[in-house]
Design a protein around this ligand. Structure first.
Ligand code: ATP
Ligand code: MG
Ligand code: MG
Length: 436
């Protein structure tokens, strides 16, 4: 699609960014532009054609691979658009001072004009009496690897995210450790999920954001709102606007797990009533509903069935084969095209290793797909509704959940993962005083 008609940078605002892309928004749409390391800025890392191909690959991967695996009701793949270069340049100047300092080691691509146009998931189309409230969670990996594939026992006891926290604090990436554990969020147990959300609010890092009226009010900022001023902003949605801080926090945390573990229902049909009185948290663990957004993500993450350590010999088999037969790269669809055949090969992978190159490729592709599911975000929209029939202190919410950031992970990312895994686990073991 060509967006040559008047694009006015004044209409578009900085919305957020990740490690790979920067997002601007205008009403019901967002544009997602690629970023690259500022060290490469002088010699743009790819040609314009390569950037467009990369964007098309992202859309194909989302449409033909991730959407069938996760459920098309959750996934919006968007479309590639060509923006006027002057618009992109003005935009990059305009957004610069809104960007968090720690993200500025990368710059926005101003050379290609390529962008992904997506629906703005933080501004739902349903009219609401309060500005819509959205919660974004980057849940990370929700399971422990099985002991048969890992060389270090600790990997079957402490989850990867928690081990990585220690590494990130030691290396200065974050000042404070987050107590968030993905195993809590994915447990399906209300009490554990409650704690997961509470810990995300307290130390969001890049795993948690809250948007009010389409604007990010918590998470991924240089300066964070204090919890009390955050609660001030959330108060109108809970306890009929006059709740104490503690109640507002409690109610907010209660709502979020309901949103991520309920099976999907159309947003305008059956609202889930949330009782404003303190709800007893279940004592019994409840398995995550398979059809819920979290359940779906976990199933795709589990395609990483061998752990990076078990995968490595298969990755080596693929690399050696490609070294000898470089032309086979395209037949084996190593870097795409991400079409129906790609998904089929990955799904029809035999359970046992038959020594073939096809088996090794399929396992590596399953791992890459799982990595995408470990890195994606969930955007939950909480649509407030007053429960008219019940004049008491009850508020009702409808939920809609989407999954975003479903880019394919590159083949050579497997190597990087293996090195990182080794560093994270070794650093954890070095610091761990062990059982006393
Ligand atoms: P990561 O570092 O997690 O891989 P990324 O660079 O791939 O991130 P995204 O996660 O896709 O980038 O986008 C960055 C941020 O922009 C998201 O965390 C989210 O807050 C916002 N965003 C992205 N897509 C949308 C959308 N369709 N609607 C609303 N906000 C969005
Ligand atoms: Mg992201
Ligand atoms: Mg990403």
């Amino acid at each position: 699609m060509d967006l040559v008609d008047k694009m006015d940078e004044n209409e578009w605002n900085y919305h957020g960014e990740g490690n790979k892309s920067l997002v601007v928004s205008h009403m019901s749409r967002v544009l997602r532009l690629l970023k690259y390391s500022s060290e490469d800025a002088e010699n743009a890392p790819q040609t314009t054609e390569e950037t467009f191909r990369q964007m098309e690959n992202i859309v194909d991967f989302s449409n033909n691979v991730m959407s069938p695996l996760l459920g098309d009701k959750f996934v919006h793949s968007g479309e590639v658009v060509k923006l006027p270069l002057e618009f992109v340049r003005q935009l990059s100047i305009k957004v610069q001072h809104h960007r968090p300092a720690w993200r500025c080691d990368k710059v926005m691509d101003i050379y290609s004009g390529a962008a992904l146009c997506l629906p703005n998931l933080t501004t739902p189309s349903i009219p609401t009496h309060n500005p819509p409230l959205c919660v974004e969670i980057k849940p990370k990996c929700g399971f422990l690897p099985s002991p048969e594939h890992v060389s270090k026992d600790i990997k079957t006891k402490v989850c990867r995210h928690c081990m990585h926290q220690r590494y990130k604090v030691a290396s200065g990436k974050w000042k404070r450790k987050s107590l968030y554990c993905p195993l809590d969020l994915f447990s399906g147990n209300r009490q554990r999920m409650y704690f997961a959300i509470k810990h995300l609010i307290e130390e969001p890092q890049n795993n948690f954001k809250i948007f009010k009226g389409g604007k990010c009010i918590h998470g991924d900022r240089d300066e964070m709102l204090s919890v009390s001023s955050l609660l001030q902003k959330l108060r109108p949605y809970f306890s009929c606007g006059n709740g104490r801080n503690k109640t507002v926090l409690h109610d907010f945390i209660q709502v979020s797990p309901t949103a991520v573990d309920q099976s999907p229902t159309p947003v305008d049909q059956s609202p889930t009533a949330v009782d404003q009185s303190p709800t007893p948290v279940d004592q019994n663990p409840q398995p995550l509903p398979r059809d819920s957004v979290l359940g779906r993500i976990l199933q795709v993450q589990l395609l990483d069935s061998l752990d990076i350590e078990g995968l490595l010999p298969l990755y080596r088999r693929v690399e050696q084969y490609l070294h000898h037969f470089p032309k086979e790269r395209s037949r084996l669809q190593i870097d795409g095209p991400y079409d129906k055949a790609f998904l089929e090969k990955l799904q029809k992978c035999p359970a046992e290793d038959d020594g073939s190159i096809e088996y090794a490729v399929a396992k590596v592709q399953q791992y890459r797909v799982a990595m995408t599911a470990k890195d994606c975000s969930i955007m939950v929209t909480l649509v407030p509704r007053r429960d008219e029939e019940d004049g008491s202190e009850r508020a009702a919410f409808s939920f809609s959940a989407s999954i975003l950031d479903l880019d394919p992970k590159p083949q050579d990312g497997v190597r990087r993962q293996q090195r990182l895994d080794h560093r994270v686990v070794s650093a954890y073991l070095r610091d761990d005083p062990g059982p006393s």
